[in-house]
Design a protein around this ligand. Structure first.
Ligand SMILES: Nc1nc2c(c(=O)[nH]1)N[C@H]1C(S)=C(S)[C@@H](COP(=O)(O)OP(=O)(O)OC[C@H]3O[C@@H](n4cnc5c(N)ncnc54)[C@H](O)[C@@H]3O)O[C@H]1N2
Ligand code: MOO
Length: 406
């Protein structure tokens, strides 16, 4: 007697990394917008374009402490034959010189102070000598010509009315500073996604508790919490669930108010992989298994309307899947990579994208060696992943795509 042929799955299997990202994006709720004070904007995503309310610089100004004068008067200045100019006043940041600089004249000026009428160049204090002893009033000696390059033009950074930041931009510290400079006290942002994190497994023990042989501390949840916060999400840590369908079902059902749940463990081929079983039973599986290593068993489904992303339990796998699939989908930002030269060969896999742990040294990237999915210290030590596409390979000196993990 032959065994009955198992029914084919009703969901996609062995999807690509890109397909997995797209399927996850499709399950995420429409983002609401929320206007927040700049002090709370870091890490959020901008919900609308931001226009400059003012120009920066707001006036043509000096980039250095020194004197403002006419360049043409100073072209012959040198240490051997300094040029003498007559000082007629001062321009400070916030208190401009009211007059006009004429031929042979100069005004003391400070960084950020408005350039007086008539002047078009700056000579820094380091290139000046005092010459106030003469009877014809205050003078200054220039040891080199004044430079128009040390004048910052009004609007040279951005002009009032210009759109400078675009909807969808992640508000990094530099962009929050830019929003402030544009004149915005508050900014429209996407309300952060609320993401619940739940580890599963009878062997998973909270750090701080005694550990028996065969048990493992719950490292995945803590790595994921950090990665979620870095991605601008509101992360909620749930208690770990044991390997029992009833307990797991109970834990899933009691989650309220999350936009998505990330689980770790229980999605591979084992008898006790109940995340997999419950999601299949629920009938909302978007995919199971991704053509990648590590992280192949990842699964996406739903539970009573809550999207559930099942990360594999192996510590490296869960964090790598988060970084290359979940993070880009949650933030809407593409996976950030750089091109570096391989310092060691990197092999490829025929039918999977490989993410090899690697160390960046200078402009080169080196294979970390220990590529087991349980070698958690490898992620911390190596700090980077080399992406090797399906069927690809790299020799020493070839350019490869690299993801920084720290
Ligand atoms: N016969 C097969 N076995 C396995 C396959 C396969 O294709 N065929 N895939 C392997 C791969 S790849 C991975 S990855 C793992 C993923 O399995 P699960 O998602 O079911 O994870 P578990 O079995 O529950 O745990 C795996 C491993 O990770 C440790 N773990 C689990 N949770 C945590 C946690 N929160 N913190 C730290 N470590 C955790 C757990 O103790 C296990 O050692 O399956 C392979 N097997
Ligand atoms: O691919 Mo699993 O995710 O390596 O150990």
């Amino acid at each position: 007697m032959t065994a009955p042929h198992p029914a084919p799955p009703t969901f996609p299997m062995f999807v690509s990394v890109e397909e997995a990202r797209t399927l996850l994006r499709q399950l995420l709720p429409e983002r609401r917008t929320e206007t927040v004070a700049l002090a709370s904007a870091f890490g959020r995503t901008l919900a609308a374009d931001l226009m400059a309310r003012v120009s920066h610089p707001s006036a043509t100004e000096s980039a250095l402490d020194g004197i403002a004068c006419r360049e043409a008067d100073t072209l012959a200045a040198s240490p051997e034959q300094p040029t003498r100019l007559r000082l007629i006043g001062e321009s400070r940041a916030g208190l401009a010189f009211a007059g006009t600089v004429g031929a042979g004249e100069a005004v003391r000026i400070y960084t950020g102070a408005p350039l007086p009428q008539g002047a078009n160049a700056i000579c820094p204090v380091e290139q000046l000598q005092d010459d106030s002893d003469r009877a014809d009033g205050d003078g200054v000696l220039l040891l080199r010509p004044a430079s128009p390059g040390d004048v910052r033009r009004e609007g040279g950074d951005f002009e009032a009315g210009e759109t400078v930041l675009h909807a969808g931009a992640l508000l990094t510290p530099a962009r929050v500073a830019l929003a402030a400079a544009l004149g915005h006290a508050e900014v429209p942002t996407l309300k952060p996604l609320r993401v619940a994190v739940m580890s599963t497994g009878d062997e998973v023990i909270e750090p701080g508790q005694p550990l028996s042989a065969g048990q493992v501390y719950n490292s995945n949840a803590y790595g994921l919490l950090g990665m979620l916060r870095e991605a601008g999400c509101e992360a909620v840590l749930l208690p770990a669930a044991p390997d029992s369908p009833e307990a797991l079902e109970q834990a899933l059902t009691s989650i309220g108010g999350a936009d998505i749940l990330l689980t770790s463990g229980g999605v591979s081929m084992g008898k006790y992989d109940f995340v997999r079983d419950l999601l299949i039973q629920e009938g909302k599986v978007s995919f199971w298994k991704v053509r990648m290593r590590p992280g192949g068993p990842a699964m996406l489904g739903g539970w009573k309307g809550l999207p559930v992303f099942g990360l594999p339990g192996n510590p490296v796998s869960s964090l790598v899947v988060f970084q290359v699939i979940v993070r880009p989908a949650l933030t809407g930002q593409p996976l950030s990579t750089l091109r570096l030269r391989a310092g060691t060969p990197f092999r490829g896999l025929a039918d999977k994208t490989a993410f090899w742990r690697a160390e960046v040294r200078g402009s080169q990237v080196f294979d970390y060696g220990k590529q087991g999915s349980g070698v958690l210290r490898s992620l911390s030590d190596a700090g980077a992943l080399v992406i090797m596409p399906e069927g690809g390979a790299a020799e020493v000196g070839d350019e490869v795509d690299v993801v920084l993990m720290d």
